[in-house]
Each structure stands twice: as C-alpha cells, then as structure tokens.
Design a protein around this ligand. Structure first.
Ligand code: UD1
Length: 434
C-alpha cells in the first residue's frame, strides 16, 4: 500500500483549490436512479469513494459518461452524466457495500422507482457500529416490507408504490434523511420528515431533486415536506464545495503557522469550524476567489469543542482540530457525541509527542511546543488526514501508512500541500504482502 512521507516544519504559503463535496456527491449520484432521464453532475471530486459508487450504479444498469477536466489540470470541474434508463438489477452486493457504507443510499431510490431492492447490510466500521435501523423503520412506515436475511436488507413495496408518511427521526441521521427524502419524491402523497439532518449535503440533494421535478418544502430546516410526484426528469446540477476539505486545509495553514488562500469554496459552509479557529487565534478573511486563512503571526490557544449535527461542529473535523490543538498553548477538551469510537488517532498523535488523554467520549488535549515525526497509521479517513496535518507541523520525518483511506476522501492531497511549500511525497509500494 502507498505511503506518504512528510518532512515537517515548513509554514504553508499559497493557494489551494477545494473540490466538490464527497458526501454530497455520494447522495446526488444515487438520486439518478429516480428517473429515466439524464442527471448531469458537475464539480464532481475525483476520489476512490466516487468510483465505488459509480461501480455500484453501473451494476444496477446506470449508463455513465465522464467529461471534462479543469483547465488548471486535475479533475475539479469534471462532469458525470448518469442515465438510469432501465434498472436491470436491484441488488447491491456485499462486495461493493462493504467497501463503502454510503452504498446503502441506493435503497431509497431503488424502492421508490422499482418497488423492490436487496442491499447488503453495511455493518460496522472503524469509527463505530453505525446501524441503519432508522433508515429501515422510516421506509417501513412508508409501506415497505423489509426482512433481514443472509446479511442482506430484502425490501419490497406491496402494490409497487411507497406511500407518504410522517417520519420522526429520534436522532439526527444524515444518511437516513437522504434515503427517505429520495424515496419520498416518488411516493404517493405527502411525506413529512421531522428532525431531519440539516447538513449542506442534504440541502444540495434537496435542491438537485427539485431541479429534477420534486416538490420539497422546508429545505435547510429540520422539517422537510415532500409531495410525491409520478415521475422525475433529468437535470444539471453542480456539487456543493467540500466543507470538510475546506476545514482540513484551513487547519493545515494554521498548524504550520502559515497563510493559505482557499478557492472554490464557501465560507458560510463552515461557520462552526471558523468560529473555533478564530477563537484559537487564526485569522480568516474573504478574498475575491474564496477565503484567506492566516496564522503566520499567531500564538494559538486551546479551545473546547463538542461535535454535533449541523450547524454544530462536524464530527468529520474532530481529528483534524485535535492535531491543531495538540500544538496550541493550554488545554482543550474535545467531546465526540456522534460516533462512539472516533478517537483512534489519539495513540498515533501521542506517538508524535502529543499529550492527549481520552476519558469516555471526551479527550483532553494539552498543547506541546513541538510534535516530532514518526511512522503512523490510521484506520479511517479523517484520522489519517489528522496524522498528515500533525506531520506537516512535526520536527523530522513522518510516514503515514495506509494512504488508501486518504484517497477515499482527499483528491491529490500531497500535490495540493506540496504546491504550498510542504515537503511531502507519495511513496508507491507494490509489495503485495502488505
Ligand atoms: C454521514 C457522513 C459522515 C459523517 C456523518 C455524521 C456520508 C457519506 N457520511 O454518515 O461522513 O461523519 O454523516 O455527520 O455522508 N445511526 C443509527 N441508526 C441509523 C442511522 C444512524 O443509530 O439508522 C447513528 C449512527 O450510528 C451515528 C449517528 O446516528 O452514531 C449519526 O449517523 P449518520 O448521520 O446517519 O451518519 P452517516 O449518514 O452514516
């Protein structure tokens, strides 16, 4: 498996272009199953997870064509056309679902369009058990008959068409809201989703569905009202910028005490992250093309955070912020409320000289003057990138193993950082024994 080698200690200076949001693309792509028209998605990021979703959709019978690289190179601005003229297969097999939990997002659209779906149960993952019970209960409320057998969700709609219902989620679920929202667009009558997730990726999905002919009210609020229509049509839609990629590179600027302009993104997508960074001593301002993150003269201080559903501080930024807090002066308490096992980066950061103690769902981070490079490894995407960030600030060499996780969610991470002066390179490793 590839590795990333970093020689830390260089303040970043330059410009980084932010791509389309992975988590928005992963729900916009399966939305194509709701229509026989063509859904054309632009600003699609080039990531392993996107390829996995494309492979899943292809085996359902979706025809695809990919077009256009950005003039500056790379894949920003790619356009993917997805046409689900005929759905030839309603099974999402274990082999694809096990690679990526977001595969379960084909369930709602397949049920709505075909009246049946067989989707492998996603199971747990490195950051927790992550059940899909709330997705299933909501779809049952809409008339689906669901059985779990042989590791699969076997769902059928007697009569063929889902019916509107009042779905009240007992806890905020991003994927659950997405599945129900997509299913409701073609259901008979009105569906109300209470305690809906309000993440920008949900808003992106809702706006795309409206462009496809769906009737949705309350977009961006915790109550979504969907009036089912008989059919949806194709549309063109541009994926929202990635707020987690934006936040990650903002931390990269801060942790190296550098200065980076982030372009192609929107500041309003990361208000909660900005608030914390500013409280810590980072300066953030608007530029013509995006935003400037400046920490070259900053004396950073520890700030307490608690992860929460949007608009709260995102769990997907917790690991990155922890790396930053490890280098700030004073202490910081970080409480994780979304996933039960999301501190796996802690022992690795400690191996780099950080002083972090975990007590249940909270971690106390005591800032140190200097992290030191070390070989490290992580088992999920955001934990891996937090180690890259720590490596950028650390004295000496850091080798981040299992880069596979990074490639799932960060496009050309080493190129983007190197362009701002980081001493970072990918070491290709073809050793099959690893
Ligand atoms: C999405 C994001 C992920 C992010 C997370 C929380 C994608 C592809 N992934 O994941 O990056 O970290 O939101 O912002 O968009 N839960 C249940 N039962 C359910 C569903 C969820 O108990 O049926 C629990 C989960 O275990 C978790 C919490 O609810 O503890 C939130 O999960 P959810 O919002 O559903 O996360 P995902 O959609 O899987």
């Amino acid at each position: 498996m590839d590795k990333i080698r970093i020689l830390g200690g260089t303040p970043l200076k330059g410009v980084i272009t932010i791509g389309g949001a992975k988590n928005a693309a992963l729900t916009l792509m399966p939305a194509c199953l709701l229509t026989d028209g063509t859904l054309s998605l632009s600003n699609l990021p080039h990531l392993v997870d996107i390829t996995t979703m494309a492979n899943l959709l292809a085996q359902h019978g979706v025809e695809m064509s990919l077009d256009g690289n950005s003039p500056e190179g790379g894949h920003t601005g790619r356009v993917l056309e997805l046409t689900a003229r005929d759905i030839t297969n309603t099974t999402a097999p274990y082999d694809l679902v096990r690679r990526m939990r977001a595969s379960v997002l084909v369930l709602g659209p397949l049920l709505a369009r075909c009246g049946q779906a067989r989707v492998s149960l996603p199971g747990g993952c490195a950051i927790g058990t992550r059940p899909v019970d709330l997705h299933l209960k909501a779809l049952e409320q809409m008339g689906a008959k669901i059985e779990l057998a042989e590791g699969y969700i076997d769902a059928k709609v007697p009569g063929g068409r889902l019916k509107g219902a009042h779905v009240i989620f007992p806890m905020v679920t991003v994927g659950g809201t997405e599945n129900v929202l997509m299913a409701a667009t073609l259901a008979e009558g009105e569906t109300i989703i209470s305690n809906a997730a309000q993440e920008p990726e949900i808003t992106d999905l809702a706006q795309c569905l409206v462009a496809m002919g769906a009737k949705i009210e309350g977009i961006g609020t915790p109550t979504l009202r969907v009036t089912g229509v008989d059919r949806l049509h194709g549309a063109r839609y541009s994926v929202v910028p990635d707020r987690i990629e934006t936040g990650t590179y903002a931390v990269a600027a801060a942790i190296t005490r550098g200065q980076v302009e982030l372009v192609g993104t929107r500041r309003d997508l990361m208000t909660s992250v900005e608030k914390v960074l500013v409280e810590a001593g980072v300066e953030i301002s608007d530029t013509e093309r995006g935003m400037l993150v400046k920490a070259d003269s900053a004396e950073l201080v520890g700030v307490d955070i608690m992860t929460e559903p949007f608009p709260g501080f995102p769990t997907d930024m917790q690991a990155q912020l922890m790396a930053l807090m490890a280098t700030a002066s004073g202490a910081s308490m970080m409480t994780e409320t979304i996933f039960e096992n999301r501190f796996m980066h802690v022992p690795e950061l400690n191996r780099m000289g950080a002083r972090i103690n975990v007590h249940g769902s909270s971690a106390i981070v005591r800032g140190v003057k200097q992290l030191s490079g070390a070989p490290v490894m992580a088992t999920d995407l955001r934990a891996s990138v937090s180690l890259v960030l720590a490596g950028l600030a650390a004295k000496g060499e850091t080798i981040v193993n299992r880069v596979y996780h990074l490639d799932r969610g960060y496009e050309r991470v080493e190129e983007k950082l190197a362009a701002c002066g980081a001493r970072i390179e990918r070491i290709k490793d073809n050793d099959p024994a690893e």
